[in-house]
Design a protein around this ligand. Structure first.
Ligand SMILES: NC(=O)c1ccc[n+]([C@@H]2O[C@H](COP(=O)([O-])OP(=O)(O)OC[C@H]3O[C@@H](n4cnc5c(N)ncnc54)[C@H](O)[C@@H]3O)[C@@H](O)[C@H]2O)c1
Length: 354
């Protein structure tokens, strides 16, 4: 039988990306050895640092270079001195859009040993997924400033929702819940956004009708945010547009403890293009270079990558090792979780359990 070998494009990016990515690669290599496969990692220096040197986050043929890989493993981009819209539109968004990674999947689980900022919440009582539309909607570059400098100066920003874009992300959410608790919640705001959101709602109703075995409901995003805090146990899969999903998928991990442990996946479910795996957190310039960043978000993103590659046993082993260290008060943990360990020690502890 041919040995299983996966080619992974690695983009550590900026700040703590350069610390948590190598730590996570080390854990994933351990899992690969244990389960009889291997990784061929190729690292790209695409980052804000590159931008300040040569004027672009990645080369003009960046997507062509990434296309042959089985997956992309990303740290974080963004650093003081480079405007955030440059790092976003110069690297992340072209990859997400160019590779039709239309699902941004963020699991939200309160794990044993992690304290929720919410009172009286035990492990297991928060367990849902946010499915964010990742390629269209409110994040569009259609618009502009008119009459700049004149008293009539004005700006428009056009949101674009397509039938294909809505339907495919909603179907993903419904398919996902069939492997979970058969319940999908949609985030809307049809009282305020009178064109796009009633359309989003109508597509949600149409797709929900294809899944009679699934309970479907919807909330305006403002009260939905309040319910995330008050009743996180109400949710199983939450599907949202790009902007609403962006906000909800930060709020979700926040109620489940440290942002340093939250993973995410940018998926092209049809596998026509490589998918990209990255932690929810950013480059954390305030702690970069100190070797104290929590590597768990990056490692858990690696577990999602293993699952996507079909290495389910290895994915489960990595996830179990994460959960075991978190639940062990004597295991090394980083400062964001109340410990004093380094990134490397925290990763080594997980690696040692695989
Ligand atoms: N996907 C991405 O690449 C991505 C996502 C979010 C933010 N960013 C960028 O990162 C930069 C900083 O953004 P921010 O400060 O709003 O968000 P951030 O996630 O980088 O940091 C927020 C806070 O959480 C802490 N934190 C984050 N990750 C941690 C970890 N692994 N371990 C311990 N503590 C951790 C940081 O120290 C900071 O106090 C910005 O340039 C932003 O654009 C990038």
């Amino acid at each position: 039988m041919k040995a299983r070998r996966y080619r992974i494009a690695v983009i550590p990016g900026d700040g703590i990306g350069n610390e948590v990515v190598p730590a996570a690669q080390h854990v994933l290599d351990t899992a690969a050895r244990r389960f009889g496969f291997s990784f061929e990692w190729q690292t790209f220096d695409w980052s804000c640092e590159r931008y300040t040197k040569v004027g672009s986050m990645m080369p003009s043929d960046g997507l062509d270079q990434l296309r042959p890989f089985d997956a992309i493993f990303l740290g974080a981009v963004g650093f003081p001195g480079v405007p955030d819209h440059v790092s976003l539109w110069g690297l992340l968004l072209p990859i997400r859009r160019g590779f039709e990674q239309y699902v941004n999947l963020r699991p939200v689980r309160l794990l044993r040993g992690v304290e929720s900022p919410l009172r009286d919440r035990d492990a297991g009582s928060i367990d849902f997924c946010v499915v964010r539309e990742n390629t269209e909607g409110e994040y569009s570059d259609v618009g502009g400033v008119v009459d700049a400098g004149a008293p009539t100066e004005r700006v428009t920003q056009t949101a674009i929702f397509t039938k294909r874009g809505c339907d495919r992300v909603m179907r993903y959410a419904f398919d996902l819940t069939r492997r979970r608790r058969h319940h999908v919640t949609s985030a809307t705001k049809s009282n305020g956004l009178v064109h796009s959101m009633p359309y989003w709602d109508s597509r949600f109703d149409a797709i929900a009708a294809e899944y009679p075995d699934v309970t479907a409901d919807k909330y305006h995003v403002d009260i939905l945010s309040a319910h995330f805090v008050r009743h996180p146990d109400w949710f199983d899969v939450v599907v949202a547009s790009n902007l609403f999903g962006d906000i909800l998928s930060d709020l979700g991990p926040a109620i489940a403890g440290s942002i340093g442990i939250a993973p995410s996946a940018n998926l092209n479910p049809e596998r026509e293009y490589p998918s990209m795996f990255e932690p929810v957190h950013g480059s954390a310039p305030d702690i970069a270079g100190k070797g104290i960043a929590n590597p768990i978000g990056q490692i858990a993103s690696g577990a999602m990558m293993l699952e996507h590659l079909g290495e389910s046993e290895a994915a489960a082993a990595v996830q179990a090792a994460i959960e075991k260290t978190l639940s062990d008060p004597r295991a090394p943990r980083t400062a964001d979780l109340g410990g004093r360990s380094s990134t490397r020690d925290a990763a080594d502890a997980i690696s040692g359990l695989i």
